[in-house]
Design a binder for this molecule. Structure first.
Ligand SMILES: NC(=O)c1ccc[n+]([C@@H]2O[C@H](COP(=O)([O-])OP(=O)(O)OC[C@H]3O[C@@H](n4cnc5c(N)ncnc54)[C@H](OP(=O)(O)O)[C@@H]3O)[C@@H](O)[C@H]2O)c1
Length: 215
């Protein structure tokens, strides 16, 4: 037993497997699920995410301390909030109208604030959404590495943010804490750190200089 929190990663597309692999490497027990039968991803999981357990989403979540949402935002709208009740939820999703279609609830403001509003019984932390899946793995470095990069962690619950900052640190990034989900808007598409992989000073400067961080 690693003693680390148990993770459920919902989503086995581009980014879910990368997050799962990084977490396994860091010592976390990890289950991964799609919306369907875990048998369908058993072989690919064994090959691509060795060590991860393919599960039904409900089973993975029930046994998890931390649930990572790595599913398209339009699919999230079909998720029953009761499934995630009482869980610490990492929102790694982005509103991407080109693939999500226009989603009225997400047209203005912060997507994670909308997610948190729907998941009233969960602690929602925005993280791992702003680095592309291919880079997320390539750029991960242990603490102290000179070329270690930063990753934002935003939330309204300081204890939840601290836990996810620990996860981000262990999987290979300097966690930069943002004091609210609202402040986490800087992490979303169009924001100053979305899609760029920055050192901590670069990241903090970009966030500081962004007018939204002052709003
Ligand atoms: N791609 C990236 O580089 C990247 C990086 C950071 C964040 N993100 C964000 O992460 C989210 C996912 O992106 P992606 O590119 O990984 O998507 P993707 O390749 O389309 O994969 C989506 C995965 O979610 C699963 N899924 C859908 N509904 C589900 C549900 N209710 N429960 C469990 N699993 C479900 C799908 O499987 P089934 O359809 O079989 O259920 C599929 O495995 C998006 O919001 C994206 O903006 C992406």
């Amino acid at each position: 037993m690693s003693g680390l929190s148990r993770l459920a990663v919902l989503g086995a597309g581009h980014v879910g497997p990368v997050i799962a692999r990084l977490a396994i490497k860091a010592g976390y027990p990890v289950a991964i699920a799609t919306s369907g039968d875990p048998e369908d991803i058993a072989l690919i999981t064994e090959l691509v995410i060795p060590g991860a357990q393919p599960r039904w989403a409900s089973d993975a979540v029930a046994e998890a301390d931390i649930v990572v949402l790595a599913i398209p935002l339009h699919r999230f709208l079909d998720v029953d909030p009761a499934l995630l009740n009482g869980k610490l939820v990492v929102d790694a999703m982005n509103y991407w109208p080109v693939s999500d279609g226009a989603l009225e609830p997400f047209e203005d403001g912060g997507s994670s604030e909308v997610v948190a509003g729907r998941l009233a019984g969960s602690a929602v932390v925005k993280a791992l959404n702003h680095i592309g899946y291919h880079e997320l793995e390539d750029r991960a470095r242990p603490a102290g590495a000179p070329d270690r990069r930063a990753a934002g962690v935003a939330g309204d619950d300081p204890a939840a943010v601290a836990t996810i900052a620990g996860l981000v640190d262990r999987i290979g990034y300097e966690p930069v804490r943002l004091e609210s989900l609202r402040a986490g808007r800087v992490l979303q598409p169009g924001g100053p750190v979305f899609g760029v992989v920055l050192t901590r000073p670069e990241f903090e400067r970009a966030v500081r200089e962004d007018a939204r961080s002052l709003a």
